[in-house]
Design a protein around this ligand. Structure first.
Ligand code: NAI
Length: 463
């Protein structure tokens, strides 16, 4: 008879759940993870990792096609999309089995099935998964998020027919569209626009707001737009999609309203990337009395919910829907369960858009700082101050922006567009997390020649 009594049951085996499970097991908690699909969640199976695999192939193809400016000419470069997808599947499989091995190694039990909270029992909670009832003193909800398919006429039908896809289905396409339309110019939309543009499809991004990349610092967002417009991506901003009509394998249309006029774009594939919502329905949270806000679980900085003994981490709290936030929240929740006080510092969570050029940010923009009543200033420096950037980015126009407090020069935010930004930003996150001042960073020695040196150099433009 399999074990049914645990110290902790985690609902969801994505980044928040599996990482928390490992930490909890190492902390001495007998832990069960319930997962209905593959371990690794959206991040590993249909998000961060598969998209990065695709984007890396696109980058190699770009280099092959545009190497002449570096004195390298490649004749007859070709991209085999089906092969790219096969490689993506192999990478995902390796990582998913790695997570399984991690769980086994830590002594975590994994149940494959959809978990449902049955309610309170003496000493904790009961959860049903794959026909078995389990009990534990504590619950950690890590059920993640799902793509929103907004109520646009024809969209749901076209999605069900396969003419419209979300981040999930798009990764398994084995043939390329000719004309690709993205609804929603946020992170997912831009990363996929980047891939399909690189591999030769005609790409149109339709965005409701007057800028792409959502909350991204506005000059960076406009620089990114300019870079992609140069590569041939068409951006239709300030436009509201009003209808979608099409069947897979043939041309259909996306209709939109802009400046009081209705226009249409012809396409043979549509990606809907208009945001994600927390997955909280049907798992027994309402019955338990867990407080919600617009479908997401309300948590504090310790990741506790309104019900003692129930914790939540990752996209399900609707706060910062990023895998690395989930990792940290899961850890904080476990630490607090183990009696070690821990709080998530939401001020210093970095975010990255893996386009080419890359965008990476942490902390306040000048606009958000001023909105919060902080007396702030900013300084901007071109990445062309870096010898390495110049050597590797013919015609590149990347830059870094530092936002700091006017009086004390504390670093409030760092925003960057250009090569290696994704790998550099953690250093800036440490500066924001540790409340370092401009003068502190001036005294840190950075390696030379690197692109990150520009961050240090920018500190010397502050007087
Ligand atoms: P998003 O919130 O980043 O962007 C959605 C965009 O769609 C917004 O700009 C919004 O104005 C627009 N929009 C909404 N309704 C629309 C409509 N009817 N017509 C036209 N535009 C419309 O959402 P996205 O891209 O779906 O990403 C979801 C989540 O996944 C985000 O929280 C993101 O942080 C995360 N993610 C993170 C990645 C990374 O860290 N590199 C990569 C991919 C996703």
């Amino acid at each position: 008879m399999a074990e049914t009594k645990f110290d902790l049951i985690i609902l969801g085996g994505g980044p928040a759940g599996y990482n928390a499970a490992e930490r909890a097991a190492h902390g001495g908690l007998k832990t069960l993870v319930c997962e209905e699909r593959a371990l690794g969640g959206v991040c590993l199976n249909e998000g961060c990792i598969p998209t990065k695999t695709l984007l890396y192939s696109a980058k190699i193809y770009d280099y092959a096609n545009h190497g002449d400016k570096y004195g390298v000419t490649v004749e007859g470069a070709k991209i085999d999309h089906a092969k790219v997808v096969d490689r993506k599947d192999k990478v995902v499989k390796t990582l998913v089995s790695g997570v399984g091995a991690k769980m086994k190694g830590a002594g975590v039990t994994v149940a494959n099935g959809t978990a449902k909270i049955l309610g309170k029992v003496a000493g904790g909670f009961a959860v049903e998964c794959a026909g078995v009832t389990y009990e534990a003193a504590k619950l950690l909800i890590c059920t993640g998020s799902e793509a929103i398919v907004p109520p646009i006429p024809g969209l749901r039908e076209a999605y069900e027919a396969g003419f419209v896809v979300t981040n999930r289905e798009i990764l398994d396409l084995r043939t390329l569209p000719k004309k690709f339309v993205v609804i929603g110019g946020g992170v997912i939309g831009l990363e996929m626009a980047s891939y399909f543009n690189s591999v030769g499809c005609e790409v149109t991004v339709i965005e409701m707001l007057d800028k792409i990349a959502g909350p991204t610092e506005k000059e960076i967002s406009s620089n990114l737009e300019k870079n992609y417009a140069k590569k041939g991506v068409k951006f239709i901003l300030g436009a509201k999609v009003s209808a979608v009509n099409g069947k897979p394998g043939s041309m259909g249309v996306v209709e939109y309203e802009k400046d009081g006029k209705t226009e249409k774009v012809e396409c043979d594939l549509v990606l809907v990337s208009t945001g994600r919502r927390a997955r909280t329905k049907g798992i027994g949270l309402e019955e338990l009395g867990v407080q919600m806000n617009r479908g997401a679980i309300v948590t504090d900085e310790t990741c506790a919910t309104s019900v003692p003994g129930v914790w939540a981490a990752g996209d399900v709290n609707g706060k910062v829907m990023l895998a690395h936030t989930g990792y940290r929240e899961g850890e904080a929740a476990v630490n607090n369960m183990l009696g070690k006080k821990d709080r998530v510092d939401y001020r210093s969570i970095p975010s990255v858009i893996y386009t080419n050029p890359e965008v990476a940010s942490v902390g306040e923009t000048l606009e958000s700082a001023q909105k919060a009543g902080i007396d702030a200033e900013e300084t901007t420096l071109s990445l062309r101050y870096s010898g390495r950037y110049l050597a590797e980015n013919e015609g590149g126009d990347g830059f870094v922006k530092i936002v700091y407090g006017k009086q004390h020069h504390e670093i409030l935010g760092v925003h960057m567009i250009g090569s290696y930004a994704s790998e550099i930003i953690y250093g800036a996150a440490a500066m924001v997390a540790r409340c370092q001042r401009v003068e502190d960073v001036q005294k840190i020695v950075f390696p030379h020649p690197t692109v990150c040196e520009v961050i240090r150099e920018a500190m010397f433009t502050v007087h």
